[in-house]
Design a protein around this ligand. Structure first.
Ligand code: LLP
Length: 386
């Protein structure tokens, strides 16, 4: 794997930092494009919230994907990376006026609208600019997903989207607005979903809703099924490319489309997780009475997923191949949740060793913070280090 091959080049870079293997990223994009090119009505919008590193974005743009943004800052970043504005979908429960203005000024493809007050503001701003805003409604489908509670989004109790029972009322309202063009529906049930049955349940729910709307003479042009496809955090090196074949096959088999409808996907994690690793140096190995601690120079400010979601990232020692011992791998931050992994087996580890936390390309660098006045980690691609 690229990481091991590049370890000598890591020596002169300030740790911790993110390393992105562009070969893996390109192979992942090729695997997606191989599936979607079977359907001329499928469009992928990369969910930039997963990773907004400019170089990573440029590789994704080269593959021709569209973009899913959730803030004005993300819109600015993807425009900088060269994505065309007419491939941007813009979601989020709390869009600020300046963000809506930016979307309208740039003529983005579509706003995914999550409430009536938001719809009214978009109509008002579009009217002021004498423009039309294209909208889809995010519907909360009340479909559960088998994933961590903090990353399910499609249940009635979650804050996202418009309730199914309000759907017709909201569509009628939009159809009566002068500066709004209503195009379709948007869904997203959660993230890191590996149970394909969850996507089947979503497809069935969309079919029901379409039948219901059709009876009332409401046609949809756009069906946006969101993202959520999970990755293999346990075996990232053996299984780096997610199962796109099965994922798209589900929508092909279960989603009942009408003529001229387009299906839009918002995949984030599945595209970028496996190409990225957090590289960190061991500052100390501390032997306490019951435990041995490996204390790294990376902490939860660099990768918060273990602390926030109990997430597991495989850790490898890039510097040692001695017999394994058991360690708790922890960061330097003054909080007891700053633990990457407890009781993990690693080759005998010493001060100065370089560790890699794998599958960190999604929701890693982008979620970094400067708590404790720590420096934000830099991100490098394998191409930067050649
Ligand atoms: N579309 C919408 C409306 C979303 O809310 C999300 C993710 C996505 C697409 C992309 O989902 P993906 O394909 O990446 O699963 N920070 C958490 C994940 C939060 C996901 C939020 N929404 C983590 O580190 O696991």
């Amino acid at each position: 794997m690229g990481i091991q091959m590049n370890v000598e080049r890591f020596a002169n870079i300030r740790t911790p930092f993110y390393y992105y293997d562009t070969d893996i990223l390109r192979q992942t994009l090729d695997a997606i494009c191989a599936e979607t090119k079977k359907h001329d009505n499928y469009f992928i919008h990369y969910a930039v919230k997963a990773n907004a590193n400019l170089k990573v974005l440029q590789v994704i743009n080269e593959a021709g994907l569209g973009i899913d943004c959730v803030s004005g800052g993300e819109i600015e970043q993807v425009l900088k990376a060269g994505f065309p504005a007419n491939k941007i979908v813009f979601a989020g429960v709390g869009k600020s006026d300046w963000e809506i203005e930016l979307g309208i000024d740039e003529n983005i493809f579509c706003f995914n609208v999550e409430s009536i007050p938001e719809l009214e503001v978009i109509n008002e701003i579009a009217a002021r600019k004498d423009k039309m805003a294209t909208v889809c409604f995010r519907i909360n489908p009340n479909v559960g997903a088998h994933t961590h509670a903090n990353i399910t989004t499609g249940l009635a109790e979650n804050k996202f989207g418009i309730a199914m029972e309000d759907m017709e009322k909201v569509i009628r309202l939009a159809q009566g607005m002068k500066n709004i063009q209503f195009k379709g529906l948007h869904f997203h049930i959660g993230s890191q979903i590996l149970e394909m049955d969850d996507f089947i349940a979503l497809a069935h729910r969309i079919n029901e809703l379409q039948d219901r709307l059709e009876k009332q003479g409401i046609q949809l042009e756009i069906i946006n099924v969101g993202g959520g496809l999970g990755v293999d955090y346990e075996h990232p090196q053996e299984n780096p490319i997610p199962n796109f074949k099965d994922y798209f096959a589900i929508y092909e088999k279960y989603l009942k489309l009408r003529p001229r409808q387009t299906v839009h996907f918002e995949l984030g994690r599945a595209i970028v997780a496996q190409c990225g690793a957090l590289i960190t140096k061991v500052n100390y190995v501390k032997e306490a009475s019951v435990k041995k601690f490996v204390i790294t120079d990376a902490g939860f400010t660099d990768l918060i997923r273990p602390a926030l979601y109990d997430a597991h990232h495989r850790i490898i020692n890039l510097s040692s191949s001695e017999p394994e011992e058991t360690y708790d791998v922890v960061g330097p931050i003054c909080e007891s949740s700053d633990v990457f992994e407890k009781d993990t087996r690693l080759p005998k580890t010493r001060r100065g060793d370089m560790l890699a936390l794998l599958s960190a390309g999604a929701y890693g660098e982008i979620m970094a913070s400067s708590y404790n006045c720590r420096k934000l980690p830099e991100g490098y691609t394998s191409e930067d280090l050649q």
